[in-house]
Structure formats: C-alpha cells, structure tokens
Design a protein around this ligand. Sequence first.
Ligand code: ATP
Length: 338
Amino acid sequence: MGIVVENVSKQFGSFQAVDQVSLEIKSGSLVALLGPSGSGKSTLLRLIAGLESPDSGKIWLTGKDATHQSVQDRNIGFVFQHYALFKHMTVRKNIAFGLDIRKTSKAQAKARVEELLELVHLKELGDRYPSQLSGGQRQRVALARSLAVAPDVLLLDEPFGALDAKVRKDLRSWLRRLHDEVHVTTVFVTHDQEEAMEVSDEIVVMNQGKVEQIGTPAGIYDHPATPFVMSFIGPVNVLPSTSRMFQGNGFDSAQPEIFLRPHDVVVETTPNGVSVPARVKRVINLGWEVQAELVLDDGQVVTAHLARDRFNELKLAPQQQVYVKPKDARSFPLYYSI
Ligand code: ATP
C-alpha cells in the first residue's frame, strides 16, 4: 500500500476538522480528495505530509509507520495552489533546488533537471524566471521541482485552483498523462467534481471531516452511497417519493425523497404508459446538451438534460406540454440527510 490512514482525527480548538478517517491508497495510484470547502481535505493532506500531527490514529507511508516522522523524513513532494517558486531563481535552478540540498552531484542534478524539463514540456523555458511564465507553466515547474527528488508520495493541494478554466482543463489531462508516465503515488485535493472524475483512479469524497465514500469515479457516480455524494458528484433532482412521477413504474419508495439525475428524466411529446404530464418552463442551451426546466401537474419543478439531437427531435419550447418518466432513480435510508 502506498498510503494507509488509520482512524485519524484532528481538532482545531473545539472544531473537529478530520474525524476518524481511515483510507488506503494503492501504490502508484492517483487519488482525489473531493469535498466542499471546509470538509477537511487540506487538513488530511497536511496530516499525510507531516505538516500537521494527528490527535489520534496512524499514518503509514510505503509500509512504514510515519505518524511521528518529520516532514523531511517522509520523502514527500508537495505542490500548493499558490506557486511557491523561488522568484530569484531560474526554472532550472528551481527544479534543482531539492537536489542541491541533498548534495546530489552537479552532473547528476543537471541530467535530472533536463529529464524533468522534458517531462513537463518546458525544455525551452529552463532559463526563464518565474515572473516570465504563465500560471500554468509555473505549476508545471512546481510539479517538476517536487518530482526531482523522486518522492515516494506526491501531494497536490488544489494545484490548479488559481488558474482560469481553460488552463485548468488542459493541466488536468496533462497531469493524468504525466502520472501515467511516472506512476508516483499521488493524492490531490480538489472541490471540483469534474476535475476529480477526469483525473483520478479513485475518489475519496469528504464531508464535515469524515469520509462519505471511496470508489472509482464511475462507481461513485453510478452507486452513490449517500444523498450527499449523489448531490455533490453531479446535478440531481430531489423529489418527494409521493410524486406521481414515481407511481406504478417500479420507483416506489418507503423513503420520503427520491433522487433523480437530470439525464435520467425521459421526456416525450406524447403520453406513454406511466409518463406524467409536465409543461416546459425554460430551455437552456448548455452546448452539447440542453437543459429543460419542467413543471409537473403538482407544481414540482424537474430539471431534464437532453442530448442536442433528442432536443431537436422533440423541438421543445417554453409552455409546451410534454410527458415525463424516470429512467433511473435512487432513494436512501432515512438516517442520511444532506
Ligand atoms: P477548502 O477547500 O476551503 O480549503 P478543506 O476541505 O480543504 O477546505 P480544511 O482546510 O481542511 O478544509 O479545513 C477544515 C476546517 O478546519 C475548516 O473549517 C478550517 O477553518 C479549519 N482549520 C483548518 N486549519 C486550521 C487551523 N490551523 N486552525 C484552526 N482551524 C483550522
């Protein structure tokens, strides 16, 4: 196992930031810690790094008990949201920093820096200073610098959080490709579910200091364990189970609420078996798909996502009468609440 976190808790004053968290991260995998602001993701990452010490529990890194090890002894690479590059050093010098501290021979350090410049696609920019780089390029330098010392574990705290949406998207797929080349056990914090889904092998969903669910992106999306996970990982309609929409079509539930993804709302222009009438309130073009806000007979508002082709076929417009039914839906035991 690359990282094992065993029953770890951390309190700040009376606030429980991390609450009895246990998880295992396989060697060589890329795992996202995903959750809303304040859910304890960064604190958990800092506990793994040794930047905070746990009140209780244990942390194992590559099979060794690291709970009381110093940051320096953990052989960890760390990249923060805000570029922590040395302004007065060139890209090459920045990348070589950890190697110089470890007194790596000049020839070895030079070779390693060139290898990393190649890896992060910055070969042409090695002699520039951080101020002469874009935000995305700086984060790639920060990554190269953290990889230089061949860490056992790479920890990334919202590494692309300060970048604009397009650069962020490019860097995500770049990070995935980079990881496929270097295979270092990587944990990265994000509050962006799309980023977590696209980049990681596994996602740890956190809420209020606890782990809500651990699984592959597809596993978590298709089989959310709690209402929180279902709502956080993608858009969802939450409807009373008494809604006519769920009667007689196999979605009857003893639970008060039923959770329905917008793409699981089937929209038709003619009644069809168990479908119920609705009126189109608003149509929003989302690019490759279309969002339709529908009002059921009982006043419930349901959001549906339709592929563009299907939308064109139905020719939906505000005020139009349509018929809807659920394709898939989910309910959760009563003791869970969002
Ligand atoms: P964000 O995405 O906003 O960074 P997060 O999920 O990473 O959120 P943490 O940074 O781990 O959350 O913080 C969890 C909670 O612990 C927050 O309420 C925060 O205010 C609190 N906290 C974190 N560090 C400290 C500290 N050093 N002293 C006091 N409270 C802290």
